[in-house]
Design a protein around this ligand. Structure first.
Ligand code: SF4
Length: 239
């Protein structure tokens, strides 16, 4: 059994708890205007065998220590659900912590995948139908709503992530919308607001893809952190 994975980051400390290996699965059907991995949009030829991948992971396992593990990211990992399911079953047997980072846009075998992972990093692209469609350039609202429902039912631990973009979603009213959007998810362990950056602009040029946010400046990191702290404080008071 094979998957299309374009990059493996063996020692990440930013995509879930502890030291982790992050697998970047190829393929994504959204076209987020802020995407910093447009090279992952197209699914490429399957290039890695499950057994070979597991062999690599076993070598890194000692570094995961107590709370590290594997993060399935992309692209959109849910689009390679059959492989993900087999991989997760094998990782579980070996006692490795599994996180999946997803925007929730696929519905094939979601319940089974959710039952196998330990943590879901839910990338929220838009907190209203209008915003989601504007930012992702796709009509994905119903799919994401369906995913959110299944995520809530799964009772899995959740980290929330949202990219904050100047003049797009950096106002207090957007924070209110995000609070409203996530209020039914009661197993949230962490919330991260990530500042939009312009480092991927050169990729758009190299790939000859139109960059819709070409004129948008990088998000002020401190302003983004302040918004995140405000959100965390307010949630602390109400939970
Ligand atoms: S879901 Fe992720 S990979 Fe897909 S377009 Fe959006 S930011 Fe890019």
């Amino acid at each position: 059994m094979k998957a299309s994975i374009s990059k493996i980051e063996s020692f990440s400390t930013t995509d879930g708890p502890g030291i982790r290996t992050v697998l970047f699965f190829d393929g994504c059907s959204l076209r987020c205007k802020f995407c910093h991995n447009p090279e992952l949009w197209q699914k490429k030829e399957e290039n890695i065998e499950l057994e070979d991948l597991l062999e690599k992971i076993r070598r890194w396992k000692p570094y995961y220590q107590k709370n590290g593990g594997i993060t399935l990211s992309g692209g959109e990992p849910l689009l390679q659900s059959e492989f993900i399911i087999e991989l997760c079953k094998r990782l579980k047997k070996e006692g490795i912590h599994i996180a999946i980072e997803t925007s929730g846009i696929a519905n094939h075998k979601i319940e089974e995948i959710l039952s196998l992972v330990d943590l879901v990093i839910f990338d929220i692209k838009g907190t209203t139908k209008k915003k989601l469609e504007e930012i992702t350039q796709r009509k994905a609202w119903n799919q994401v709503e369906e995913f959110k429902k299944k995520l809530i039912q799964s009772k899995k631990s959740v980290w929330i992530r949202q990219v904050i973009i100047p003049n797009v979603n950096d106002k207090l009213e957007n924070l209110e919308e995000l609070k409203e959007y996530i209020k039914e998810i009661d197993n949230i362990e962490n919330i991260e607001l990530l500042p939009f950056h312009t480092m991927a602009f050169t990729k758009y040029q190299e790939l000859n893809i139109k960059n819709p946010y070409q004129e948008i400046p990088a998000m002020d990191k401190q302003k983004c952190k302040d918004l995140e702290n405000q959100l965390l404080e307010e949630r602390k008071e109400t939970h």
